[in-house]
Design a protein. Structure first.
Length: 252
């Protein structure tokens, strides 16, 4: 079977985007890592939020081998993924005013914690309101978004602002409007979205920067190991026990 030209083109486009964010966002990634490290070192908790497919990158840093044990998913019912039926409900809920405030008010997040908010467009009410309310509660906010949307689309929040306008640090994914990176003469719609690849890489780079900063300060990063290697369960049990008050995916 011959190789797929389009498959190769997708890899090339994704690699180009990864190289671009590596080079252009390095200072912002380091700054985000500092925020994460500050929170961990001071005993704070970490939370990640994303709606729809943006939730994939949030979930990618929660309870996983090589990840920080104290990173928690801030889940909003109905918007985490396509498991909700109908799937279009999740998109509709992203535009509902007041939902983010209700979620934050009933969550364990508090002053001194850090919230990472992922939204490709950064234009919907939910991520914008989430950032505004989180900062009002005393949380640090890191936004992972495509800044290009702010210059080409209108905000869906009552303030007319975007996620990028309410963050302590912004990581720009450089994803083009519409997300997709491929076209074909015989296919009417553009296809092959790259935002998940790039956003997940930005998230992992940020966490790596945080680990590096903690080590430089003489602080052991609260990392999990794979449960599929010898000693992994014992290691994770110890780390989770030591950080019990900062983990909400296991302990109430």
């Amino acid at each position: 079977m011959s190789e797929s030209k389009l498959a190769g083109q997708f890899f090339d486009a994704a690699i180009d985007l990864l190289a671009r964010v590596r080079d252009e966002e390095s200072q912002n990634v380091a700054a985000a890592g500092e925020v994460i490290a500050d929170t961990v070192a001071s005993g704070g908790r970490l939370f990640a939020f994303g709606a729809g497919h943006s939730s994939l990158a949030a979930q990618d840093v929660v309870y996983r081998a090589g990840g920080f044990a104290v990173m928690n998913l801030l889940a909003v019912p109905g918007v985490v993924g396509v498991d909700v039926v109908p799937a279009t409900l999740g998109s509709a809920l992203e535009r509902v005013d007041g939902l983010a405030a209700a979620v934050l008010d009933t969550s364990p997040a508090q002053a001194g914690d850090t919230l990472v908010i992922i939204s490709l467009s950064g234009r919907n009410a939910l991520p914008v309101e989430m950032a505004i309310n989180a900062r009002a509660l005393g949380l640090k906010v890191i936004g992972v978004t495509s800044v290009a949307y702010a210059g080409a689309t209108s905000s869906r929040h009552t303030t007319g602002t975007f996620l990028k306008d309410h963050c302590d640090v912004v990581l720009d994914s450089k994803i083009a409007i519409g997300d997709t990176v491929l076209t074909h003469d015989a296919i009417e719609a553009p296809f092959a979205p790259a935002s998940t690849v790039v956003t997940s890489a930005l998230m992992q780079a940020m966490m790596a920067a945080a680990a590096e900063t903690l080590v430089e300060r003489g602080v052991e990063p609260p990392l999990l190991r794979s449960g599929n290697v010898d000693g992994g369960h014992e290691w994770n049990g110890r780390v989770m026990s030591e950080n019990r008050g900062r983990i909400f995916y296991r302990h109430a």
